[in-house]
Write a protein that binds this ligand. Structure first.
Ligand code: ADP
Length: 269
């Protein structure tokens, strides 16, 4: 087996402005390893979705470059990137059956009928929806629709899958079940997943590494344990610690500010 690449996805000095003035992504440098589950975590408006859209090819960086598997992809249209995508609102075609939804990305890739049929069957079995192929999305529960969306993102065997708040619309119990299932698929298929959420516990449960975003900047990129134990600054400590018992080095907190001991000495508010 080939050695897994540490920089399967690479953002180099990437900036993005929508209005030609304000940078909503500022000097982003980030490498994502092959097979990694990398989560972008941060408050609303911090630039996570914009970063994902640039990787998907729906937005173009204002400056800098993005590389996929060693190739610059700045000018490559989305469908050539061979990336699976799952977004919050499912984006299933409502007028198509589940099978037709799954066939769509395969037809776009001009696969033969027999190949399409066998892939659809495999994908439906994978998300345990084998008997629902003839239904339309409206005839499925929220969780089932979300499973179809996951199956559709995986049906053409992409090596990279992007997920933007995919479980945001689900209730707590279903969300936790889907978190488990997505993580299980990741482990089993060995795909690279880039995931966006503003939910700390979701990020901490699922990810190999987490990039904590704030105001268009990565505040820290580290494993969940490292973020917990060694938050680099007050923002990370507060954001990660907000709803969790942080084991890190927070010295004091009064609700809106907290004191954190920084690696190498000193404290910040
Ligand atoms: P997040 O995913 O972290 O919530 P976004 O990447 O969606 O953040 O947004 C980052 C900033 O860019 C926000 O201030 C948002 O209002 C702005 N923004 C996002 N999309 C557009 C767009 N299409 N046009 C103009 N501004 C946008």
């Amino acid at each position: 087996m080939n050695k897994r690449q540490d920089n399967y996805v690479s953002f180099k000095d990437v900036q993005k402005s929508y209005d030609g003035e304000t940078l909503v992504v500022k000097n982003l440098n980030m490498d994502i390893a092959q097979g990694e589950f990398l989560t972008m975590l941060g408050p609303s408006g911090s630039g996570k979705t914009t970063t994902l859209l640039m990787l998907a090819g729906f937005e173009v960086p204002t400056n800098g470059h993005i590389y996929l598997d060693g190739q610059p992809i700045d000018n490559m249209p989305p469908h050539k990137r061979n990336i699976g995508m799952v977004f919050q609102n499912y984006a299933l075609f409502p007028h198509m059956t589940v099978e037709e939804n799954l066939a769509f990305p395969l037809q776009v890739r001009k696969m033969g009928k027999a190949e399409i049929e066998s892939r659809i069957k495999r994908a439906l079995d994978m998300v345990q929806l084998g008997i629902y192929g003839k239904r339309r999305p409206a005839q499925l529960s929220g969780g089932q629709q979300q499973r179809v969306a996951v199956a559709r993102a995986l049906v053409f065997d992409p090596k990279l899958v992007l997920m933007d708040e995919p479980l945001g619309a689900l209730d707590k119990q279903l969300r936790e079940q889907m978190q488990f299932e997505v993580k299980h698929l990741h482990d089993r298929l060995g795909i690279t997943i880039v995931y966006v959420t503003h939910d700390q516990s979701e990020a901490l449960t699922m990810s190999n590494r987490i990039a904590v975003f704030n105001d268009g900047i990565i505040q820290q990129l580290a494993t969940p344990d490292d973020l917990y134990e060694r938050p680099l600054n007050a923002f990370v400590a507060q954001f990660i610690g907000e709803n969790n018992k942080i084991r890190g080095r927070i010295k004091a907190t009064n609700g809106t500010t907290c004191q954190v001991e920084i690696e190498g000495g000193g404290t910040v508010q």
